[in-house]
Design a protein. Structure first.
Length: 428
């Protein structure tokens, strides 16, 4: 694994999500300089979060052994009943020494200064820093890095950096966009009792909604207006339903050089709830573009790298892509469906390779006749399955995930290493 992680020092940081220790390893193998994660009690990812204090400590040590950074999220908006546990957790963090704490609550900031005074502190995007004076204020409170609100434009980032040249700026470059202001939404709490501001958002804005009588008609169209008659929203529902606030996903792959020149020092990928396949492909795409923009080369070569990696991002499950607020316009929404159909499906992980016999963990159905591709930290490799075996080394025609049993795949590719991933072509 260490050999796969060798890389020259970079001027800008690629920061990837880690929803579990395994996801952390994939993020680092596929090019991240740092990862961010936290335990469910105090993190904005309370569900689908495999971290505990025990494995968090091991993960921080592992990242440091690999000369990588680990930032701990403590970015909920706390209530009184959280405070005693946060104090205890800060004493734990002081012992394991993560590279920074990400927070948004001024009360938690005060506790960090009391219980972990030497901690490096990063301000979460949840705190909505959108202007130069806000950045200056937080810097005066001891914040080293500001994770800018997603609502800022490129020109605003330049102005913020010029006014605060000594403050590190981080911004999201890829992943889900929230219909609310930098994630500070009440919809989930109102509808289900699960608070987005405590890391438990159910994403009710992305649910499919339909009219009571829609089953009798193929398409139902209606106009909703406010009681004063000043604003109208046209809604159209077909057999799939309708989507009210389903924002497209952020994708700034083609704008990294502009962001770097504007003063951003850390590019952040969203997606602690995503699969290892999504995480690996997205991290690798941004790694390759960052590497390209940081060397002196032709613009045409940079464009080719961006185009190639954009094709990789297009192969992931996504909601369509948008540049968000970066270029000074409103981000687009996907009103047609919950996701964009892709032609590539994640099948499994390579656990080991013994002279072409791959031990794999299967996630989705794999058949001998499938058109297969191995995704590695460097490239994609098409290949054919010679034979497929179950855990008893009996030859089989197909393998399926969900039961914890291992499978073996015979191929002529003897150089494939662990942390490689397998995908197959599917009909769009």
């Amino acid at each position: 694994m260490k050999k796969m992680l060798k890389r020259n020092n970079q001027a800008v940081e690629l920061l990837a999500p880690a929803g579990s220790p395994d996801k952390m390893r994939y993020a680092l193998v596929y090019g991240a300089d740092a990862v961010y994660a936290g335990i469910p009690d105090f993190s904005m990812r309370a569900r689908i979060n495999a971290f505990t204090e025990e494995n968090l400590e091991k993960a921080v040590r592992e990242a440091h052994r690999l000369k990588k950074k680990f930032y701990v999220t403590l970015n909920i908006y706390a209530h009184n009943h959280h405070l005693a546990k946060i104090k205890k957790h800060l004493q734990f963090l002081r012992r394991i020494k993560p590279d920074a704490i990400i927070l948004s609550d001024p009360g938690i900031l005060s506790l960090v200064k009391q219980y972990y005074p030497k901690a490096e502190i990063h301000l979460s995007t949840q705190a909505n820093a959108t202007n130069a004076e806000a950045v200056k204020f937080w810097a005066n409170q001891g914040i080293k890095r500001i994770i800018l609100a997603r609502e800022v434009s490129l020109s605003e980032i330049k102005e913020i950096h010029q006014s605060n040249p000594g403050v590190e700026l981080e911004c999201f470059v890829h992943g889900a966009m929230c219909m609310s202001y930098s994630g500070r939404c009440i919809l989930s709490k109102w509808m289900t009792g699960r608070s987005a501001n405590l890391g438990d958002c159910v994403q009710a804005c992305r649910w499919r909604y339909r009219g009571a009588h829609s089953a009798k008609r193929r398409t139902l169209a209606m106009t909703v207006e406010d009681e004063k008659g000043e604003f109208e929203i046209d809604l159209e529902e077909d057999e799939k339903g309708t989507y009210f606030f389903n924002s497209k996903d952020l994708n700034l792959l083609a704008h990294l050089d502009e962001l770097k020149k504007a003063g951003v020092t850390s590019f952040k990928i969203e997606g602690r709830n995503k699969s290892v396949f999504y995480l690996a492909v997205a991290t690798r795409a941004y790694r390759k573009v960052i590497d390209q923009i940081q060397v002196k080369g032709s613009k045409s070569k940079a464009r080719k790298v961006i185009q190639a990696q954009q094709r990789e991002l297009n192969s992931l499950v996504h909601r369509g892509y948008t540049t968000g607020f970066l270029l000074g316009k409103e981000p687009e929404h996907n009103f047609d469906d919950s996701h964009v159909a892709t032609r590539r499906q994640f099948v499994g992980e390579v656990l080991e390779n013994k002279k072409g016999l791959l031990k794999i963990k299967v996630h989705n159905a794999l058949r001998v006749k499938d058109s297969i591709e191995v995704v590695t930290p460097n490239r994609n490799i098409p290949f054919r399955i010679n034979s497929l075996y179950n855990d008893k080394m009996e030859k089989i025609a197909s393998a399926h995930g969900g039961h914890g049993k291992g499978y073996f795949l015979k191929t002529s590719l003897k150089t494939i290493k662990p942390f490689s991933l397998i995908c197959k072509k599917v009909k769009a």
